[in-house]
Write a protein that binds this ligand. Structure first.
Ligand SMILES: Nc1ncnc2c1ncn2[C@@H]1O[C@H](COP(=O)(O)OP(=O)(O)OP(=O)(O)O)[C@@H](O)[C@H]1O
Ligand SMILES: [Mg+2]
Length: 349
């Protein structure tokens, strides 16, 4: 094996749960191993359900901090005072109800990773205190006279573009630049449609109870999944698959059994059955026909690859083609059989 292949393996060794072969997704996660080896703060941006928490866990479990705690804190879930107490803890007698000392979540994560979810809703006072933690690497509990040294990697996430908050003055610029030494931008699912099928198969495997026969999706169901806009992104897709698994009357999940949200379904279809005349489209028939056939071939091959877990010989046999010809076809559509193979193991909780 060449050194080049070895280097690529680092990417392949990323947690099995990170399914996705779209160039934009691969680009977003390409630096994760290096980020995990550093102690530098990371800001993960992306719409709801794009996998921000999963990426935060990947950073934690890929690095040497994995033996220490991963502590998630939802900054939007607490009032200002409660959040300070959660983050920093307090000494006994620090305020009227403080009958016991309380160790804050940042201190609990010592040696590990603090995941600040919805960091955009961090109140101003907490922003100042957090800045201190980042600058000095020390922590002072509420009512304490002492600072303790703290060793944590801070990973934050937001689905609000932080530059908007910066412009409005709702988020401290100095804190922003401290939090975003590394920035990971997760693309929405509608911008990486080639990931819909592998993700759907991943969730089928993940959520089908071991006692049940392996499930598959009907061609119509797959086609509809690929046509959705997915405002709830990967989470919305995962929920559809869970519904399908539990509502299906056979081992093949039908479109109606996914109970798709009608507002999530779009007109983006390339198959002949759904073709609509469009007078503004003046391309010649030969071009339109090629586009339709290529769209069909791509989906057909992805489906077979998913069914045969990336085994090209079996895919060729199922399609009635020579293995070598199948290899060429897969190359044409840039379909990588490796991304359809079952994941080696589940790494995070
Ligand atoms: N690339 C992926 N591969 C496999 N599973 C994924 C991927 N991306 C997201 N998921 C799954 O989708 C679900 C939603 O992901 P996650 O909770 O990380 O999203 P999020 O961006 O934190 O969402 P929110 O902003 O709503 O908190 C989880 O079950 C997660 O495991
Ligand atoms: Mg989340």
């Amino acid at each position: 094996m060449s050194i080049k292949t070895e280097a690529k393996n680092e990417f392949d060794a990323l947690p099995s749960k990170l399914v996705g072969r779209a160039a934009s997704f691969r680009k977003a996660i390409a630096d994760l191993p290096s980020i995990a080896r550093s102690d530098a703060p990371v800001l993960i941006c992306g719409e709801t359900g794009t996998g921000k928490e999963l990426i935060a866990r990947a950073i934690h479990y890929l690095g040497s901090r994995s033996k220490f705690p991963f502590v998630p804190i939802n900054c939007g879930a607490f009032s200002e005072n409660l959040l300070e107490d959660e983050l920093f803890g307090h000494e006994r007698g620090a305020f009227t109800d403080a009958r016991q000392q309380r160790v804050g979540l940042i201190a609990q994560a010592d040696g590990g990773t603090v995941f600040l979810d919805e960091v955009d809703s961090l109140p101003f006072k907490a922003q100042v205190d957090l800045l201190r933690v980042l600058q000095e690497e020390t922590l002072r509990a509420i009512g304490s006279n002492f600072e303790r040294r703290i060793d944590v990697q801070i990973v934050s996430a937001t689905n609000v573009p932080l530059d908007q908050l910066l412009q409005r003055g709702d988020f401290r610029q100095d804190l922003y630049y401290r939090l975003a030494v590394f920035a990971v931008h997760l693309p929405p699912l509608r911008e990486r449609r080639e990931d819909i099928m592998p993700l759907a198969h991943h969730f089928l495997g993940k959520h089908t109870p071991p006692t049940k026969t392996p499930m598959q999706l009907s061609a119509e169901a797959l086609s509809a999944l690929e046509g959705c806009v997915w405002p709830g992104n990967v989470r919305e897709l995962e929920n559809a698959i869970i519904r399908g698994i539990h509502l299906a009357r056979s081992s093949t999940i039908q479109l109606s059994e996914l109970r798709l949200d009608p507002t999530s379904q779009t007109q983006i279809r390339t198959d002949a059955e759904h073709w609509q005349p469009d007078i503004s489209d003046t391309r010649p028939l030969v071009v339109l026909k090629r586009q339709l056939v290529e769209g069909f071939e791509r989906r057909y091959l992805s489906h077979l690859l998913a069914c045969h877990e990336g085994n090209v010989s079996r895919v060729a046999k199922a399609a009635g083609k020579e293995r070598r010809d199948m290899g060429r076809l897969l190359q044409k559509y840039r379909l990588d059989p490796r991304s359809f193979r079952p994941a080696p193991q589940d790494f995070s909780s």
